[in-house]
Design a binder for this molecule. Structure first.
Ligand code: ADP
Length: 260
């Protein structure tokens, strides 16, 4: 029997332009991420990787082109050949399907760990508080912090804060998880534990992941596809074991030899 697969990409960029003032960061960018893919974006600083994640999270808005999430337009759609902005209500609905973990954790400092995790499920998704709390405790156990529910972020180490941020993103049951340099602000000795948790999540779930990292070992373990960016364009792509072992493009070779 033929197995029917849903081939609608989880994320699809079609001719996306992004500028900041006079700086063009992305020009006509096209790429897709299939459902369940774990895609790592690599490339020199300033090449537009974080901007791509922020566009998917609707923290930035593209100046041209279209972004589709599971086949649905994210912020703009085409009507009679014109690019038309979608309403905030639609964007909010789309945003619910996406989770993001940031370099600087971005926890709410005035809330406890538990409150941080249940905030969006309760207020955005309307999950009953008791159910949200039960799930938060489960997630805290998963990230190895079962006894930190009542702590405040300032009482936690950077690695612990990042683990809470991961639990908070997962509490929304996202279809897509965006990871933006999640270990860059951490002390070297705790990088491994955070990456280990993310590796487990990648193994145990089918969440689509779009990852920006300089941790090539992590990229190799977690991702099935790596996109090398430079100047806001994809220079080269492939499975990590191929791209890292035998890059074809000069710019990829240079980048890899600089970070390895
Ligand atoms: P990367 O993640 O690859 O290091 P970024 O996406 O962070 O690259 O940045 C791409 C370019 O966009 C850089 O030149 C950066 O300075 C610029 N940029 C990013 N965010 C802003 C912003 N909010 N305002 C102005 N310029 C920005």
């Amino acid at each position: 029997m033929e197995i029917l697969r849903d081939e609608t990409p989880a994320i699809h960029f079609a001719g996306v332009d992004k500028r900041f003032g006079d700086t063009t960061v992305l020009r006509g960018l096209d790429f897709s991420v299939r459902k369940g893919d774990r895609v790592t974006l690599i490339g020199p600083s300033g090449s537009g990787k974080t901007t791509i994640l922020r566009l998917v999270m609707t923290l930035e808005e593209a100046n041209g082109g279209y972004i589709y999430i599971d086949g649905k337009p994210l912020t703009h759609h085409e009507v009679g050949g014109k690019r038309v902005a979608l309403k905030e209500k639609h964007r909010g609905e789309m945003r619910k399907r996406i989770g993001m973990v940031f370099q600087q954790f971005n926890l709410f400092p005035n809330m406890t760990v538990l409150e941080n995790i249940i905030e969006a499920p309760v207020h955005v998704l309307g999950v009953p508080k008791a159910a949200a709390r039960a799930k938060a405790h489960e997630l805290l156990a998963k990230v190895g912090l079962p006894d930190k529910a009542d702590a405040h972020p300032s009482q936690l180490s950077g690695g612990q804060q990042q683990r809470v941020a991961i639990a908070r993103a997962l509490a929304m049951d996202p279809e897509i998880l965006l990871l933006d340099e999640v270990t860059s602000a951490l002390d070297p000795e705790v990088v491994g534990e955070v990456l280990g948790i993310l590796t487990d999540i990648a193994r145990d779930t089918d969440v689509t992941m779009l990852i920006v990292t300089h941790e090539l070992q992590f990229a190799r373990e977690v991702s099935n596809r790596v996109l090398m960016f430079d100047g806001g364009a994809i220079v080269e792509e492939g499975p990590p074991e191929e791209l890292f072992a035998s890059p074809q493009e000069e710019r990829t070779k240079e980048f890899l030899s600089a970070v390895l």
